[in-house]
Design a protein around this ligand. Sequence first.
Ligand code: NBP
Length: 478
Amino acid sequence: ATAQIGVTGLAVMGSNLARNFARHGHTVALHNRTYAKTKALVDQHGHEGDFVPAETAEDFVASLQKPRRIVIMVKAGEATDAVIDEFTALLEPGDVLIDGGNAHFNDTRRREAALRERGIHFVGAGISGGEEGALNGPSIMPGGSEESYKSLGPLLESIAAKAEDGSPCCTHVGPDGAGHFVKMVHNGIEYADMQLIAEAYDLLRSVAGYEPGRIAGTFREWNQGRLDSYLIEITAEVLAHTDAATGRPFVDVVADEAEQKGTGRWTVQTALDLGVPVSGIGEAVFARSLSGHTGLRAAARGLSGPTAEALTGDEARVFADQVEQALYASKVVSYAQGWNMISRASEEYGWDINLGAMAAIWRGGCIIRAAFLDRIRAAFAADPALPTLLADQGFADEVGRAQEAWRTVVATAVRHGVPTPGFSAALAYYDALRAERLPAALTQAQRDFFGAHTYRRTDRPGSFHTLWSGDRSEQSVD
Ligand code: NBP
């Protein structure tokens, strides 16, 4: 037994992870249901490091040093359960089985509990960064027992992306499903970021009257400042790209229907269960759904809208600057919501997640990597119990300075009939959070009226019900 780590499931993600391990000096055992993929990997990349290919699961397990560490990179769902069953029979107490696929965190909790009974450590590890990240350095979010991280952590940290300060983008997130949970929220935040960027583009195009090439330049400028991030960078590249077949801007020849694989939807479904408002992610998921309803959209195409003219000259330039401010403020709100969700789940499931550490490991390797995340890390370093990012003085000041522009942008979008669900929902959340009094008082009174659901008063303790259908006197309810 010579291999320090094994990878089973050698499609694009598994192959790239295996090569990443090997390039970092680890001896890597290889296995795939269909041996041809294992053989192809060794034939093409065998020279990159030490690989131990195996045709059978038994030979694969036998080639691993104890405690054995096996990364499963197969299609999420039933395939993962099948592979877990196959390997559980071959492993011993103390061995570590890692699921690096995109599993739902509840599946991970179920699998972890079942394997724990047999003394096997099951680690649900979120891995972000796509194919390129898997090969050159992903952001890795492992859950599972602390004990498993002792033997697994150094291996994972060696292949993870490195932040600018050199620290690895990998840390032990928390027990059982914590790793896959934060990976899910990461993807949800990614949806929200992409939606906000899309709205900024739409406004620059439809209100400021900019062409895609010019918008690419604007995004490149923004990428020099506080919005510096991978997603802004690739936005500029996409917008600058010309379609070879037609000579038109590439963005104009792509069908305007955004698809989704499901992690955004999972985030919103879970947020509803936890009672955490993640309106930014919700609007992003709904915006993608709406884009795909081509029949509905065709039926509504004749509806009337405003006739506002595009801005020109200095007015357009001023507006573009305001859009940067609205984008930044909305982004702060959407990250605040995402972190709220992680914090709430950490309490609910007893995960004790270090909130600042999540920002630290997303600084590199993953799709939402950005300079901004170091600010979030610093905010939690200054106050680990920060109830919302908006309570951090630095963020509060920045959003406060941006709010006039943010309101102007949302109002202008409404006047021009440009949909900005992300910007608008973020602003509504900001205004609701900071409100002295919410109209929820009226909502609760209505609930008491039709359903005797009772209410609390602002001037004294207790629960009360008004006899709405009687003499409207107030009763104290225990
Ligand atoms: P796929 O998700 O396409 O899965 C293909 C692999 O699963 C092959 O190795 C295949 O073996 C194996 N497999 C299947 Br399908 N059913 C199996 C079964 N019943 N028993 C054993 N093996 C089975 O591969 P991928 O795109 O590399 O993704 C791997 C995981 O990583 C997924 O969970 C994915 O969600 C996650 N992920 C992907 C990305 C990405 O950018 N693609 C990013 C982050 C995470 P075979 O060769 O014998 O058919």
